[in-house]
Write a protein that binds this ligand. Sequence first.
Ligand code: F6P
Length: 296
Amino acid sequence: MFDFLQKNGASMELAELIVELSRACAGISNAIVHTSTGKAGTQNVYGEDQLALDVQAENILENHLKSCPFVAAIGSEELDDLIHVRDDGKYTVVHDPLDGSSLVNVNMAVGTIVGIYEGSDLIGRTAREQVAALYVVYGPRTTLVLTVGDGVHEFLLLDDVWKYEGELSLGGDKAYFAPGNLRATKERDDYFALICEFMKEQYTLRYSGGMVPDINHILKKGSGVFLYPGMPSAPDGKLRLLFECGPMAMIMEQAGGSASNGEIDILDIKVKDLTQITPILIGSKKEVSRAASALS
Ligand code: F6P
């Protein structure tokens, strides 16, 4: 993976950091099989109950990142503040260690999401400043999808080694939709109408309840849209700008798609605080702009 990353324009430091992250994710893949799916007895900063696995995935990533000499700071969906790692570090790494973790005990796919910024502060910045982003899908197979700003590439975990599988890009024309937060249709007639249009137009529903596998479906099939809009009682929805939406938006844009909050590109939203959430419409450009006009 190191040589591949350097050939694709990553500096030696960035390539080493991503290789370290890929080792951590191989460890998380192993932990998913061997750790209890029970609760940890603690809550994260959003007040959500943590599973033992959430805590373990967080610890695995944190330990690997702290061992990497290029990491300045770490931000995580599971923590309320950045962890300062070293003054001479070059990158701040933000992550959602185990997205969709409540799906593990029913044996559905879950994921890790990571974004990488240069520097050690994130306030006032935008996700467009990320120098790399990746996600890992822990499903029947474990795959890692990444960008360092030169297209989107997929790796497969085989016997603890990440094997390059190929490039992913959008360009398909099959209509897939993944409608998150359908509860919003109680408060939003426009969302209900859009879903009805998709159904009448014979779009194919592909929705698992895990953002990572749902967006991975769009990237692998080459088309589609994932929606998690807000509603009057929760205008910004629930997905996190730094830990979920930002990295996914960079990957989708690099694959030829886009991501919007309904008004502006997710990559252009300024970070005001680490726990910021945002509505998201992400996938093929045509479908994202259709959803944005329908839901504006
Ligand atoms: O942010 C966690 C997450 O599980 C995402 O992976 C997923 O898309 C979303 O929440 C599902 O939300 P809800 O529980 O509202 O359906």
